[in-house]
Design a protein around this ligand. Structure first.
Ligand code: ZN
Length: 75
């Protein structure tokens, strides 16, 4: 995804593709073939949500929690 798309998306009402891409910059993976139990729709399952969901925020926190513990960074 190029810079032109990013800057163009900032003026749009529905920016779920931009939000999905931003999730990748935070280290989150795509979820195309699997929906975690009880998660419902969320941004990193492309097309399943149009806003940041509670599950997206949980995934971001969980990813960074594991990263910190892997490198011995105190919580
Ligand atoms: Zn993706």
């Amino acid at each position: 995804m190029g810079t032109e798309y990013y800057t163009g998306a900032l003026g749009q009402e529905n920016i779920h593709i931009l939000l999905h891409a931003m999730g990748h910059t935070l280290g989150l993976d795509d979820f195309y073939d699997w929906t975690p139990t009880g998660a419902g729709g969320f941004l990193m399952k492309a097309g399943a949500a149009d806003h940041v969901t509670e599950f997206d925020t949980w995934m971001a926190r969980d990813f960074w929690r594991h990263l910190k513990s892997r490198y011995g960074i105190p919580a």
